[in-house]
Design a protein around this ligand. Structure first.
Ligand code: ARG
Length: 270
């Protein structure tokens, strides 16, 4: 029997969402973006979380930071301690201090800003007691050492090799304390071997489901909120006893983000 555990999430309304620069292959500034539709889709995601019994806080969006909706990138918060992001790209640098200030003012005084590039939960995913940490495109591999020192938890580095799956949370999702789903071709051969060793029972996603960002999902241990178009993945999850909840975030996909990217988990001290 799978059981859900209520989560505490931080989200940022896409009030100023747009695609005006390109820092990943999904972003085409020539393609029009429907910001009101992005807001409506985001509101729906928030309502889904509330209906599942989760707590959702929101951080004030900042004009001129069109990617700030991707709250996952703001920090990694484990055991009530926050390692705040340091972004790779100039266009997003100012988001770090905004998340830092919000966390400090909202019950997370034990925090530090990363000293090398570290894009928060975009590249850091907690599974059980261990942090999986992506590198290859965004977070610097040296950020893995810093995170291990800061959190006092084992950090397992994984190298991403496909530019379409530039953050770990675009290629791997944590379903419960010991189960993950991932897209094998997104990882280097050595990292793939590590995943196979650690998670022999993992759910393996198809190219089609990965391409609609099906792995950019959140799970409370039972309910898995994921992009609606990832239909085969939803079926695989159902077979494993999870409850997939599909949502449509098509406008946000134009910036290379979806469900998980919009969601930062705030894990309390025990
Ligand atoms: N446009 C954003 C970027 O390239 C998307 C971030 C998506 N966030 C994530 N957690 N994968 O930085």
């Amino acid at each position: 029997m799978r059981t859900a555990r209520a989560r505490h999430y931080l989200m940022c309304r896409p009030t100023y969402f747009d695609v005006v620069y390109s820092i990943n292959p999904w972003m085409d500034p020539k393609k029009p973006v429907d910001t009101p539709l992005a807001i409506a889709q985001w509101e729906r995601l928030r309502e889904v979380y509330l209906s599942l019994g989760h707590t959702v806080d929101t951080i004030e969006p900042v004009r001129g930071l069109p990617d700030m909706v991707f709250a996952a990138n703001g920090a990694t918060v484990v055991d009530g301690r926050a390692l705040v992001a340091r972004f790779r790209d100039a266009e997003r640098i100012a988001e770090g201090p905004a998340y830092h200030d919000w966390l400090r003012a909202n019950g997370f005084p034990d925090l530090r800003t990363a000293s090398v590039v570290n894009e928060g939960e975009g590249d850091y995913l907690l599974v059980g007691d261990v942090l999986l940490a992506g590198t290859g495109f965004r977070s610097d591999p040296r950020s893995h050492d810093e995170a291990q020192e800061f959190f006092g938890r084992p950090v397992i580095g994984l190298t991403l090799v496909d530019p379409d799956y530039y953050h770990l949370d675009t290629a791997l999702t944590v379903l419960d304390e010991k189960t993950v789903a991932y897209y094998p071709p997104a990882f280097s051969p050595g990292s793939l071997a590590v995943l196979q060793r650690l998670f022999p029972d993992a759910v393996l996603a198809s190219a089609e489901d990965a391409a609609v960002f099906g792995l950019n999902a959140t799970s409370d241990g039972l309910n898995v909120v994921l992009p609606r178009n990832a239909t085969a993945l939803a079926e695989q999850l159902r077979e494993r006893g999870f409850r997939p909840v599909g949502v449509d975030l098509s406008e946000l996909l134009k910036a290379g983000g979806s469900v998980k990217c919009c969601t930062l988990e705030l894990r309390p001290a025990h």
